[in-house]
Design a protein around this ligand. Structure first.
Ligand code: ADP
Ligand code: MG
Length: 228
């Protein structure tokens, strides 16, 4: 479909532009936040409240920049065979504390499937991190997240399904979920799903979302399996 190709080309350009801008802003931001941090060391300073504010806002800018940086164009030689189980277990380890602090039970089915996809490991890990974070944020307490990995019948594709028992996504949110900066959270950036969409498309994959309010959300990613 011509329209779809145009759309994904556009998405690619926007991603590279965003990553380029993020990269350029990062250096001056490092200097600013370094000095603000220094100024903020004295709680008796008459400017303490102001510097605290500046510090909070610079932290927010840095969060947004870090989300965009992952869109940097990977060099062709950065696409390598990625062991899916390995990437997933690194992400789970990274988020261990957040699962525990909300008493979320994590069920991983087919954890040891030895599947290889061709891609960029950091980007794929970012996809899983963003998905897990949304699932964690959707659960108040005591919910569960289930991750199931399996192959398609013809063994050409891998399905990665994440099911959470969170608040669910109402239709008017689902409609706009991939829009940059669209968020329903007070501290959200609205970039997570846009970045997932971009990375999954770059990897020739696809995303399907099914959700029911007050029941939970099911997100299905499909990627081509690398064949030798
Ligand atoms: P952010 O998490 O910063 O708000 P995202 O792009 O990751 O931005 O998500 C956009 C919106 O989609 C969220 O604000 C939330 O309303 C909704 N959303 C995404 N994933 C889920 C989920 N698993 N359960 C419920 N709502 C979700
Ligand atoms: Mg998010």
């Amino acid at each position: 479909n011509e329209n779809l190709i145009l759309q994904s080309e556009k998405l690619k350009l926007v991603g590279e532009l965003a990553a380029g801008v993020a990269h350029e802003i990062r250096n001056p931001m490092t200097v600013i936040s370094g000095y603000v941090q220094m100024m903020n060391e004295d709680p008796n300073s008459p400017y303490y409240e102001y510097t605290k504010l500046i510090q909070n806002e610079t932290e927010r800018i840095e969060l947004i920049l870090s989300e965009f940086l992952v869109l940097s164009k990977p060099q062709a030689n950065q696409y390598a065979p990625i062991n899916l189980a390995e990437a997933l277990s690194e992400v789970v380890q990274f988020l261990q504390y957040e699962f525990q602090s909300k008493a979320i039970s994590l069920n991983i089915i087919n954890e040891f499937l030895n599947i290889t996809i061709l891609g960029n490991k950091n980007q794929l890990k970012q996809v899983f991190i963003n998905l897990f974070k949304n699932a964690i944020e959707a659960i108040n307490a005591d919910g569960s997240i289930t991750l199931q990995v399996c192959k398609s019948k013809d063994e050409k594709e891998i399905y990665i399904q994440m099911i959470d028992t969170g608040c669910g996504i109402p239709p008017h949110v689902l409609e706009r979920i991939f829009e940059p900066f669209y968020t329903t959270k007070t501290k959200g950036t609205g970039l997570g799903m846009m970045i997932i969409n971009k990375i999954v498309q770059d990897h020739q994959g696809s995303i399907q979302i099914k959700s029911k309010q007050h029941v939970g959300t099911e997100i299905l990613l499909t990627f081509p399996i690398m064949t030798e």
